[in-house]
Design a protein around this ligand. Structure first.
Ligand code: HDE
Length: 687
């Protein structure tokens, strides 16, 4: 009988066999034999051959040779953190799920964010969907809400998933591009799959180039069910709303971040938790019954569709706080095994054909990656409530079940032996008894046929600046597509979305507009949903943001300190950036910089301030990194705080005055949280 243990022993590396971190601990082999020399192999003579009997060497190299496990076929690149979910209220009228029964109840979670297409070592900022996977360790078992930062998906039926993933990943013959959808095979596939059009609109929007993982929304995507104690079912769609609001980068910025810091998001997440700025989201629910589902213009089982928040409002029911970094990346972030089929009593699936395929897939992938059916015993995957059954043995069995009872029913209790656990009709998981009947067939329902109306809804809901970014993203991606007929086919599809968009993309590609592709269902004009915008759902707060203060020899320490204090007071993080790691200030004192200019481009921060003497500003006009620092901040629509002394550098960088170019006073602190989208036409020719 396996049994769960208390919190302390789970997922936090607390109870491993290794006590290696203990101060003064002796280095040993895996079997506890003390090691006398960790520098040299056992040799026959100082310059002689190595001896086979060197079991210390053999064990060390053997273990090292097997350190890697297969990376995830998708979502390989990820970063994770521990935290908790706290319920704001009891939802017992809607669900019997234990975690939602009591106001203030805290449930431990482990959350992993990821990109989809790139390998484990790929960059953090490609244009890509972000995974948002939450494992709730509830008192009735683990519930995994394995979602994305986009509420829809590319395909409607799991049958197409391997094709989609093959198409987007590196091309089969050449092994590139890594972590990029801008290539022939991806666009070939999606242009042949009109159902992907809605998701493509999201993928080409700024949603896929987030500023921080702390500033993305999360979505369960599929329609799920809540089931209450009386067995009543309510449909539910899950939303995560970031406390810091939404914020994206600009494409040019995302590319430059990739060069400046390929670990940008991972570092940002780790450092924010490390300094106590705990990332936080609120859980929102869209709740509806069968009658409402029947009245909606789309099928709620179709994962390429949203229900606009304006149609069914999002009810906020709790918060998710990430307050602890993993102790060990491999043991936790790499070995965590999410599975949409991990569900708890009170929550249930629907017949969404994409969800149904996922329920099947994840267990397979975990077995392949983790190598044993006992992967649920790995601390990060283990339930934090008691668990017991008659499953036994298998590779890497860590539990030592006692007694004779490994089958049920049994009557061993009658002779005073342990009989083992029994099923519980009252508390056990019960599937919602939806009545189902039908002919076996392979078919897509008629109700899934409209592939363009919501793509149009999404595009028309965006702020004009976001529309321009999306149009330009299509131009960028399709300009990397060498197959002319694929570009044409995509343009033909876009004509069904929005004629203006199609024209802009065609113009950007210098192509003629082809005839619109045929549409399986008439395209409807739906009312726009402002909730889909990023601009407008951004929070202009410095909390969670950082400001780069460029200093150099002779800078005024007092100005630096006052500014830093004001930034900190507003919740932001000041970062001193200087041509050399230590700077001699005006009063002769030395100041250590947080980053050296060459290695800390302004894409690393949300706004910049120039605290320079006129001489330093003049000297820096000859330093490309300094000019680029200012030029990029301007080009990426960030606030620039300065005084008159910095003018030579501003002039060299082509900075023109606007609402975001401000003096080094309170107006800078207010401006530093914002992006100045009105500046964009001055710096960039968008489609
Ligand atoms: Fe996944 N997906 N997926 N997916 N998915 C995996 O499982 C799969 C889908 C998502 O941080 C894999 O452990 C199929 C939708 C996330 O560890 C694999 C289908 C959504 C993660 C798999 C989908 C997701 C995965 C690869 C179509 C958003 C990362 C490694 C039916 C709602 C979890 C793994 C983590 C991971 C299969 C579609 C989200 C292969 C077959 C839709 C966030 O099992």
């Amino acid at each position: 009988m396996a049994s769960g243990k208390d919190d302390k022993s789970l997922g936090n590396g607390g109870e491993t066999h290794q006590t290696a971190q203990a101060k003064g601990a002796k280095l040993t082999t895996n079997l506890g034999i003390p090691v006398s020399d960790n520098q040299n192999q056992l040799k026959a003579g100082a310059r002689g051959p190595v001896l086979l009997e060197d079991f210390v060497l053999r064990e060390k190299i053997f273990h090292f040779d097997h350190e890697r496990i297969p990376e995830r076929i998708v979502h390989a690149r990820g970063s994770a953190a521990h935290g908790f979910f706290e319920s704001y209220e009891s939802l017992s009228d809607l669900t019997s799920a234990d975690l939602f029964q009591r106001k203030g109840e805290k449930t431990p979670v482990f959350v992993r964010f990821s990109t989809v297409a790139g390998g484990a070592g790929s960059i953090d900022t490609p244009r890509d969907v972000r995974g948002f996977a939450v494992k709730f360790y509830t008192q009735q078992g683990n519930w995994d809400l394995v979602g994305n930062n986009i509420p829809v998906f590319f395909i409607q039926d799991a049958m197409k998933f391997p094709d989609l993933v093959h198409a987007v990943k590196m091309e089969a013959d050449r092994g590139y591009p890594q972590a990029a959808s801008a290539h022939d095979t991806f666009w070939d596939f999606v242009s042949l799959m009109p159902e992907s059009t809605h998701m493509l609109m999201w993928a080409m929007s700024d949603r896929t180039i987030p500023r921080s993982l702390r500033m993305i929304e999360g979505f369960g995507v599929h329609t799920f069910r809540f089931v209450n104690a009386e067995g009543k079912s309510t449909f539910v769609k899950f939303h995560w709303k970031p406390k810091l609001g939404l914020q994206s980068t600009l494409w040019d910025e995302a590319i430059k971040i990739a060069g400046g810091d390929p670990d940008f998001h991972r570092r940002d997440l780790f450092e924010s938790i490390d300094r106590g700025d705990f990332p936080e989201w609120e859980l929102g629910l869209q709740l509806f019954d069968q009658k409402t589902a029947d009245e909606l213009p789309f099928d709620v089982l179709d994962a390429t569709k949203i229900i606009p928040e304006e149609v069914i409002p999002v009810r906020i029911v709790g918060r998710l706080v990430l307050d602890r970094n993993p102790d060990n990346f491999f043991a936790e972030t790499e070995q965590v095994a999410y599975c949409p089929a991990n569900i708890v009593p009170g929550i249930d699936f629907t017949n969404d054909p994409l969800l149904q395929g996922r329920l099947f897939s994840y267990l397979d992938t975990q077995l392949k990656r983790l190598g044993s059916t006992n992967f649920h015993q790995i601390p990060i995957n283990q339930a934090k409530c008691p668990f017991q059954n008659f499953q036994r043995d298998g590779h890497m069995q860590m539990a030592v079940p006692k007694g004779r009872a490994n089958y049920e029913p049994n009557s061993l209790a009658e002779v005073g032996e342990e009989g083992g656990p029994r099923e519980s009709p009252e508390q056990g998981f019960k599937t919602f008894p939806e009545s189902v009947e039908g002919t076996k067939l392979r078919i897509r329902p008629e109700s899934f046929a409209d592939h363009y109306s919501q793509a149009r809804l999404f595009f028309r809901s965006l702020d004009p600046a976001e529309q321009a970014h999306a149009a330009s993203a299509f131009v960028f991606e399709l300009s990397k597509v060498q197959l002319e007929h694929v570009r044409k086919r995509m343009l033909a599809n876009l004509r069904n979305v929005d004629e203006e968009l199609a024209k802009r993309v065609a113009a950007g590609l210098a192509m003629a507009l082809p005839k619109a592709s045929s549409s399986a269902a008439p395209v409807q004009d739906l009312p726009p949903s402002p909730a889909l915008r990023i601009i407008g759902n951004t929070k202009d707060i410095l909390l969670g943001r950082s400001v780069g203060i460029l200093i150099a020899e002779g800078s005024d320490g007092q100005v630096i300190d006052t500014l830093s204090a004001a930034i900190k007071k507003a919740g932001g993080t000041p970062k001193l950036i200087a041509p050399k790691v230590t700077v001699k200030l005006k009063d002769g004192s030395s100041r250590a910089a947080d980053g050296q200019l060459q290695g800390t481009p302004s894409v690393m921060v949300d706004a910049i301030a120039l605290v320079l003497t006129k001489d330093a500003a003049t000297l820096l006009t000859k330093e490309a990194a300094a000019v680029q620092f200012v030029m990029d901040a301007f080009g990426h629509l960030k606030a620039i705080g300065h005084d008159a002394a910095a003018q030579p550098l501003l002039d060299k960088a082509g900075v023109e005055p606007d609402a975001g170019i401000v003096p080094l006073d309170a107006s800078f602190v207010a401006a530093a949280a914002k992006r100045f989208y009105a500046r964009e036409p001055k710096v960039r020719m968008l489609a």
